[in-house]
Design a protein around this ligand. Structure first.
Ligand SMILES: [Ca+2]
Length: 160
């Protein structure tokens, strides 16, 4: 029925061996992408992320530091610098998964998701992620009550 090259003349669904994996994608959940959408840049330090892969696959998400070219930054021992590692989870029956990491410092990262499907195939998908510093605060309103706090030295001079 099956020759040594693996060609099968009669396909029995029970004998199909799954040797491929669809790692799918990673993207921001709605509301976690600030400013321009789809640029992988957000000012939210702990953006919620979602992915889609094979149903019931195991998903292990990590966030690592990368340089401005997207290349992983390594520590002195040559290991990737993991700033967040989610507990392993299982994608839903429709392949959906999501996480919300701990707050990250502003910088450039890569979100990686190691996917292991129910047949045991493993692969990694990733998404670049930039946490941008929040925009400058609007200029501070000046009034008599806040002035002494904002300018303690002025206050000291006045009270000498
Ligand atoms: Ca954006």
């Amino acid at each position: 029925m099956t020759d040594t090259a693996g060609n099968s003349s009669e396909i029995d669904e029970n004998l199909v061996i799954d040797q491929t994996i669809d790692t799918g994608s990673i993207e921001f959940k709605a509301g976690s992408d600030t400013g321009e959408l789809g640029d992988n840049i957000t000012t939210i330090p702990n953006p919620s992320l979602k992915g889609k892969t094979e149903p019931n696959a195991k998903v292990e998400v990590r966030i690592i530091k990368v340089d401005s070219n997207g290349t992983p930054i390594l520590d002195g021992d040559g290991n990737q610098i993991v700033v967040y590692a989610a507990a392993a989870m299982m994608a839903g029956a429709n392949g959906d998964w999501e996480i919300t990491p701990d707050a990250l410092a502003s910088g450039t990262y890569a979100v990686t998701a190691e996917i292991t499907d129910i047949a045991g195939n493993t692969d990694v998908t990733s998404m670049p992620l930039t946490i941008a510093a929040k925009p400058e605060s609007p200029s501070i309103a000046m009034d008599e009550d806040s002035a002494p706090l904002l300018f303690p030295h002025l206050t000291e001079q006045k009270t000498v």
